[in-house]
Design a protein around this ligand. Structure first.
Ligand code: HEC
Ligand code: HEC
Ligand code: HEC
Ligand code: HEC
Ligand code: HEC
Length: 322
């Protein structure tokens, strides 16, 4: 350590120099920190790989809630979309087959991009020695996402929404465009690339899509929801997936009441579908208990409705003085 300081080099600068962060990028070193993908795409497409690793597509097989609802992955009909063979093999719009190997990778690069000849499809028309590419205008269209997402009505709702005529509607909201080189290598130009995080039910997305306000009206707390930027119901997906709008009333530290409204597809249970529709405004009226001084308004999201509330993901939270 002392020698480093004598040289006048900060430890972090030296570390950066050794790992090549400031100098020429050493692919071998850099790729050790990257998520491993089938086909080793991460060695040349590190941005896509890092983003994808955070996505639910990467979690589709390992997902705890998927395991719970598919009887520990033993229900055969549940498995294909969660660990598919490349969808381009059967063709867009056809439910994929379950693949034999590496199911833990879920829906990965090869699942979406590779065709029966081993070429990778996209819309950019690039050519490279690294692998064959095919320019496919259907790639990234609603028709492609519908291959798996159509089953829960997401695409039907999409078609009725104000975005419904845009053939790229799903990716325009879920894969924002950035200008950057799409692969590592000398002299590659910046291109129109798309972020591969496939963000869905996250606080950032939810709060962009649904405007929430709350105010006291006499002895009621009014919670107003408006779906302003969601091309389908909230939530969307299989009926296991639910959201809850909650008001917890407090008097000092003590909870004196709780009001919950379920947003869910209950058609099979009691004939009701209480999900928030595209463009819908809804007012929830929660009676304020005697003596309450404060309310905490939250929106909870569960991938399996059986989960207890404390395991839900919090999409929104605000304190309201009463
Ligand atoms: C050895 C490096 C390398 C590897 C490994 C690699 N690629 Fe590529 N890929 C490239 C280069 C270079 C380009 C073209 C970049 C450019 O011209 O801007 C490219 C382009 C692409 C494109 C764009 C196609 C288009 O024109 O729209 C896709 C999609 C793609 N690769 C997918 C993959 C997938 C999926 C994998 C892993 C299964 C993979 N690549 C592995 C180097 C690689
Ligand atoms: C759920 C399907 C899906 C998965 C999984 C997926 N991609 Fe993509 N990929 C797309 C779509 C859609 C586009 C954008 C097509 C368009 O509009 O140009 C794209 C674009 C690309 C491109 C072109 C440049 C860019 O960033 O837009 C590359 C390269 C690429 N993907 C590589 C990968 C790699 C590597 C992985 C795995 C780490 C991966 N993709 C996983 C659907 C997928
Ligand atoms: C091979 C089937 C398949 C294809 C094709 C596919 N998806 Fe998915 N997608 C899934 C599955 C399965 C999940 C749920 C993963 C999980 O959470 O277990 C998912 C999850 C998502 C989520 C995240 C949901 C959340 O809970 O936050 C988004 C957003 C999404 N997909 C968008 C897209 C878009 C956009 C496309 C088209 C470019 C696409 N998907 C193509 C199967 C697919
Ligand atoms: C106008 C923007 C917009 C369009 C178009 C759109 N979405 Fe979404 N999507 C959102 C927002 C915002 C959320 C987060 C709110 C939520 O959880 O429903 C979301 C959530 C999701 C989720 C997670 C749902 C949940 O509650 O767990 C999936 C899956 C999804 N979208 C898939 C799709 C698919 C597939 C398409 C195309 C048919 C599509 N989206 C079109 C904005 C959009
Ligand atoms: C046709 C393709 C397909 C089949 C078959 C399928 N799923 Fe999914 N699954 C999806 C897609 C797409 C999503 C993402 C939906 C969303 O969040 O809006 C998803 C999401 C889920 C989720 C929420 C995300 C998570 O990981 O917790 C659960 C739970 C789930 N599926 C369980 C099942 C079960 C159980 C079966 C069998 C009864 C099944 N799936 C069959 C495509 C499929």
């Amino acid at each position: 350590m002392r020698t480093l300081i004598v040289w006048g080099v900060s430890v972090s600068a030296l570390a950066a120099a050794l790992t090549g962060a400031h100098g020429p990028v050493s692919t071998a070193r850099a790729s050790e920190d990257l998520p491993k993908t089938r086909g080793d795409c991460q060695t040349c497409h590190p941005n896509e790989a890092r983003d994808w690793a955070q996505s639910r597509h990467a979690a589709a097989w390992e997902s705890e809630t998927f395991a719970q609802t598919s009887r520990n992955r033993s229900l055969k009909m549940c498995l294909p979309c969660h660990a598919p063979e490349p969808i381009l093999v059967k063709g867009l719009g056809e439910h994929p087959n379950l693949r034999a190997d590496d199911r833990t990778h879920g829906i990965d690069c090869i699942s979406c991009h590779q065709d029966a000849n081993g070429a990778y499809h996209g819309t950019l028309g690039t050519k490279t020695d690294a692998h064959a590419t095919v320019k496919n205008e259907k790639f990234g269209t609603v028709e492609m996402c519908a291959t798996c997402h159509e089953i829960f009505g997401t695409v039907d709702w999409y078609k009725q929404s104000e975005w419904g005529n845009d053939p790229h509607g799903c990716v325009n909201c879920h894969m924002p465009v950035v200008e950057r080189p799409i692969a590592t290598g000398e002299g590659l130009p910046a291109r129109k690339a798309r972020i591969h995080k496939f963000e869905g039910a996250t606080p950032e997305m939810f709060q962009k899509g649904v405007k929430i306000s709350h105010e006291r009206r006499d002895d009621l707390l009014q919670i107003k929801l408006e779906s302003v930027w969601v091309g389908h119901t909230v939530p969307t997906g299989p009926e296991y997936v639910v959201a809850i709008v909650e008001a917890r009333f407090l008097k000092g530290e003590a909870e004196v009441g709780r009001h919950q409204t379920l947003l869910a597809d209950n058609t099979a249970i009691d004939g009701n579908d209480t999900r928030l529709k595209p463009g819908e405004r809804r007012v929830i009226r929660a009676p304020i208990p005697e003596g309450a001084t404060e309310a905490i308004v939250r929106v909870l999201h569960k991938r399996n409705r059986e989960l207890p509330d404390d395991q839900a993901r919090i999409l929104y939270e605000a304190k309201v003085s009463l």
